[in-house]
Design a protein around this ligand. Structure first.
Ligand SMILES: Cc1ncc(COP(=O)(O)O)c(C=O)c1O
Length: 427
């Protein structure tokens, strides 16, 4: 069947406007490890998808899924050893203040749990997030999207400018002064919530600001903002939906960016494709949440989720993927940084394990973002067999976020293709 016709059927079956990547969309029919294959049999190196963290169609995960489904899968209102063991293991991978877990099926749901928990624990409703974040798509969680950072905001949500050194909120400051300037914006946001009925419940932030474009964060900001929030009586949620499960070269993004959150939200890679997410926190916080909400989520906290989640953790450990992310990511980042001087369109390269951002610009002096070039680069890389995408406030950040089984050899072949594209696009 011609691809055009599949796209037309899709428009009808799913409604027009359901987003597709690339000017000529890909029809993917098979995955294996770090590779994806289209209907014509063409192989692509997947450098975008974080969900299949232990590789597409990972045999151990597939086997765990099939065996559990063939044995039993029920909702959470029965005792089951596997579910308890999975919750214990997940909590144990975190800092010692993380003791108990609420499972759900998506990052959105897990963030909702974190928000409700913070509101119950603090008795207040106000939330703070960055001006360019995304934490999910329910009505409540989506209200954290595109909040901006104006200082005259009202209601229960306040935004602050995400902390970054490449386009700092104020030029000419030392790193320490810049850090203080961003902290002052958070303090203003908290103050503003406290003068309204909402009060202040929580700061919710991705541990590495992935959707903001993976900025270079002024040193000390994350721990200082955590201290500030605690002094003001609020909780800090680390959203690890993108950052977590080994990608930063540590188990969690908050270890890399050095702060101690009160609760930790994990999602996307946890089930290698099976819907699985979690909100983990101190036991008394989780107890308070359960006492108030009687939370039930039909397909979560099931034997199937636990078996698959355990298999993913086993595979991350067996394949030594946290170390792989650190080593391959660091080398690829270094190689890309070497290209900044020879390509004026590359403004900055930032890496956090196997999460790398390349900031594309029109002009080195003004740092004017080049979203069109980023898009062309992504399309051209696809034509050469490498799948990436873009992110950031200005859509000009090439986003490299492969499955964690991505190897040094994959990185080398990508660099060849990247160099070819940069020459072609500058010609
Ligand atoms: C940082 C972050 N948090 C939460 C979510 C929401 O996760 P889900 O799509 O599983 O609801 C996303 C989704 O892109 C995300 O990037």
């Amino acid at each position: 069947m011609a691809k055009g016709s599949l796209q037309r059927r899709r428009d009808h079956a799913l409604g027009s406007g359901a987003e597709l990547f690339y000017d000529t969309p890909l029809e993917i029919v098979r995955g294996d490890g770090v590779y994806l294959y289209d209907r014509g049999g063409r192989r692509y190196v997947d450098m975008y998808n974080n969900v299949p963290c232990v590789g597409h169609a990972n045999p151990a995960v597939v086997q765990a899924m099939a065996e559990q489904q063939a044995t039993v899968n029920v909702h959470s209102r029965y005792l089951h050893e596997g579910i308890v063991a999975f919750a214990e293991r997940l909590a144990g991978l975190n800092h010692d203040g993380i003791e108990s877990v609420v499972f759900s099926c998506s990052g959105t749901e897990a963030i909702e749990v974190a928000i409700q928990m913070a509101r119950i624990v603090t008795g207040h409703r106000g939330l703070i997030c960055t001006d360019s974040t995304y934490h999910g798509n329910s009505e409540l969680v989506d209200s954290l999207t595109n909040v901006g950072c104006a200082t005259n905001q009202t209601g229960e949500i306040r935004g602050f400018p995400f902390p970054e050194r490449y386009r700092p909120q104020e030029e000419g400051l030392s790193e320490e002064e810049l850090c203080e300037a961003y902290l002052a914006r958070v303090a203003t946001a908290i103050e503003s919530l406290k003068t309204e009925r909402a009060g202040f419940a929580a700061l919710i932030m991705c541990a590495i600001f992935a959707n903001e474009g993976l900025p270079d964060i002024p040193s000390g900001f994350m721990s200082k903002v955590t201290d500030l929030v605690h002094r003001e009586g609020g909780l800090v949620t680390a959203d690890e939906a993108q950052a977590g499960d080994g990608r930063p070269g540590h188990w969690w993004g908050y270890e890399k960016t050095a702060f101690r959150p009160d609760d930790v939200v994990t999602g996307k890679p946890m089930g290698n494709g099976l819907p699985l997410s979690a909100t983990a926190a101190r036991k008394d916080f989780v107890d308070a949440f359960r006492a108030e909400k009687d939370y039930f989520n039909t397909c979560s906290s099931t034997p199937l989720q636990a078996a698959v989640g355990m298999a993913v953790l086993d595979e991350i450990e067996r394949l030594d993927l946290v170390r792989n992310a650190a080593e391959v990511g660091a080398r690829l980042t270094r190689e890309l940084e070497c290209r900044i001087d020879s390509h004026s369109a590359i403004g900055d390269v930032r890496g956090c394990g196997l999460f790398i951002s390349i900031e594309m610009i029109k002009d080195g002096d003004t740092k004017e973002p080049d979203a069109a070039l980023t898009n062309s680069l992504s399309d051209r890389l696809k034509d050469k067999g490498f799948l990436v995408s873009h992110s950031g406030k200005f859509h000009n950040v090439l986003k490299i976020r492969p499955p964690l089984v991505f190897s040094h050899a994959n990185a080398e072949s990508f660099l060849d293709a990247f160099d070819e594209c940069m020459v072609e696009l500058s010609g």
